[in-house]
Design a protein around this ligand. Sequence first.
Ligand SMILES: Cc1cc2nc3c(=O)[nH]c(=O)nc-3n(C[C@H](O)[C@H](O)[C@H](O)COP(=O)(O)OP(=O)(O)OC[C@H]3O[C@@H](n4cnc5c(N)ncnc54)[C@H](O)[C@@H]3O)c2cc1C
Length: 397
Amino acid sequence: MGASSSADDAYDIVVVGGGITGCASAWRLASDHDVALVEKGQIAGEASGLSAGLISGSKFYPDSPAAAEHIAEFYREFDGTGRFEFTPRNRVGLTIPELADEAREHAAYQAEHGRPVSWLSPAEVREKYPDLDPAGFAGAVEYRDHGWVDPYTLTVTFRDEAEAWGTDVLTGTAVTDVLAGGDRIEGVETEAGTLRADHVVIAAGWRTPHLVSDYVGLPIRPFMLQVVVLDPGWEDGWDTDFPIAHVEHEGVYFRPEHNGNLLVGDGFRDVDHPEAKSAGVDADEQFKQDVARVVPDAISTYDSADVVNTWAGVEGMVPDVQPVVDAPAGAPEGLVVAQASTLGILSAPVTSTAVRSLITGEDAPFSLDRFAADRFDVRTPDWGREELPEYFEEDWD
Ligand SMILES: Cc1cc2nc3c(=O)[nH]c(=O)nc-3n(C[C@H](O)[C@H](O)[C@H](O)COP(=O)(O)OP(=O)(O)OC[C@H]3O[C@@H](n4cnc5c(N)ncnc54)[C@H](O)[C@@H]3O)c2cc1C
């Protein structure tokens, strides 16, 4: 079908947004539905192409082992599809004495629920991960089901697979309105014409609330996340066991790159003018100074490093830092909202399965209740630090 469709040749589903959430959703639906994917810019042109690509299911879904396992299983199985590669790697969360009791409890809880998670003493950290320096830390939480991906390659692999099943992919085409007749969705209005559809999935990142504001209020607030890539100049590259490491109380994490560089990221910051920064800007000076202060102390073999690259992107977040995937009550039938809320790469297997479940009625292997759009007390982006879970307060700089 072309850029416009009439009522007679309507799509089953129009997905709005060509980031990871939209592309993964189109991929989940494409084999047995007639799908259009509409992106105003380029595929993975915003947050999804700027991400650090950490896959940490059991860390961020601690109370939903079924969702964490769905994530871990997906990445193991999808590895090798097209150009996509998953690099399994343990994650080590270095923890200061003030946070140690809580971290030990968290590790014990995870282990009791069958997750491969342990608490390590400083001596155990030194023995297993000689590149890390645990001096000053009470120990670390070790996760053995984590890893990383190149988020751009993953997103375009979803797009390629969906296209191979017949999905029409329209880039450079902004959706300007969601069309409804009475209590049913009818499609979307785009810059290039009307697309008729039985279902519309809004996966437009931090702009999602703007497209659905007639039907549901969502507390999705834009934030900036940043990355610095360092070249530590090691001739032999990293030890192959060099983990993904997180200095928990600073909200700073780092992981090796395949070429021997070190990718360092941190939590999130307020962002002014998100529209101007969405396609990527340089990281700010404050973040670079934080990296220079925190990273050398956590790596035993670090002398100095050159900055190879820096960037920052914009992501929408809700107060409990979990995705919103729902067919909201009171909205026209056929409308689905899918918003990642900061963890969109690792969450793509669950957000896309949830989208498919809402459209087809098939059961998902985890509960969708946690993703409900009406779970918030606040319904606008005007919320503050006190609304966040304690763990994420550390991450708001
Ligand atoms: C520096 C950084 C590091 C990160 N690290 C991690 C990490 O390690 N692990 C992890 O899981 N997550 C990480 N994230 C978060 C992750 O990147 C996001 O959660 C995820 O990419 C969001 O995907 P999305 O598809 O929901 O949104 P986006 O990637 O923002 O995609 C939304 C798309 O919708 C399009 N769009 C918007 N409005 C319209 C419209 N009206 N019509 C058509 N198209 C429209 C936009 O152009 C955009 O391409 C990081 C993010 C950043 C910036």
